[in-house]
Design a protein around this ligand. Structure first.
Ligand SMILES: [Zn+2]
Length: 243
């Protein structure tokens, strides 16, 4: 094996400072009704250099635009089937490639396993995006149950709202209904499913980036501010206020 010259620590620091990745990707996760979507929407509304990647939403947008890859798996997208690891990795790469100018990419619902995390790291490296880490929204089960009892959603737009505030979707004007998967039984199984995968996710991410848990019992405003601070820390890039 050949010898490899290793630069002394001070020079390493200088070298690292010379290269700044274009953007930071931060994975956001949490149990149902933890207020994740609301905090993410607030942040997106305030900063146009922050983008949001959600597997299903991106493939639906590609399908609507008639992208041949999405058209080829139209039935799977419409049936909300799980897409293959290779397809999801392609979708993430496509999203990053078309999101020029972004400083932060919030990623939801991806990666779901170690193989997907490897794909994600490969795409990030190729596209000069730093993998910042994992942000977990969490609250005690009783708080999640209480919140889920009160919320309504638009099946079409992926919008969730507090019941009583409005019965109409703010995006499409359609009717908001309670989500079938918020029924007590389904909610309980989704929460325990999250608790099982949480540990795996933390272990996976600790090897590559930071892991931060946000207290989802705080108000929506506080949570959105917390998430903004975490993004700025993980990326070392200030969030631009452009809206
Ligand atoms: Zn809608």
């Amino acid at each position: 094996m050949g010898r490899v010259a290793i630069a002394p620590p001070r020079a390493c620091g200088r070298l690292l400072r010379q290269h700044r990745p274009k953007a930071t990707a931060v994975v956001v996760t949490g149990p149902p009704a933890a207020g994740k979507s609301t905090a993410v929407s607030r942040l997106l509304a305030a900063h146009d250099s922050v983008l949001h990647f959600k597997v299903r939403v991106h493939f639906q947008a590609l399908l609507a635009a008639g992208h041949p890859v999405a058209v080829g798996i139209e039935a799977q997208i419409k049936a909300r089937d799980q897409l293959s690891d290779a397809t999801v990795a392609w979708g993430f790469d496509n999203f990053i490639a078309t999101g020029a100018g972004a400083t932060h990419v919030l990623v939801e619902g991806y990666p779901r396993n170690a193989a997907q995390l490897n794909d994600m790291r490969a795409v990030a490296e190729e596209r000069d995006v730093m993998l910042g880490g994992l942000v977990i929204f969490d609250a005690p089960d009783a708080v999640l149950r209480q919140r889920a009892r009160n919320r309504l959603a638009c099946f079409q737009c992926d919008v969730t709202a507090d019941g009583g505030v409005s019965l109409t979707c703010p995006r499409c004007g359609g009717t908001l209904t309670s989500r079938p998967d918020d029924s007590p039984n389904q909610l309980a199984s989704r929460i325990s499913q999250f608790r099982r995968t949480r540990r795996q996710m933390e272990e996976m991410f600790r090897r590559y980036g930071k892991v931060v848990t946000l207290n989802a019992q705080r108000t929506t405003d506080e949570l959105a501010a917390d998430l903004g601070r975490v993004l700025a820390c993980m990326g070392g890039i200030e969030l631009r206020h452009e809206r």
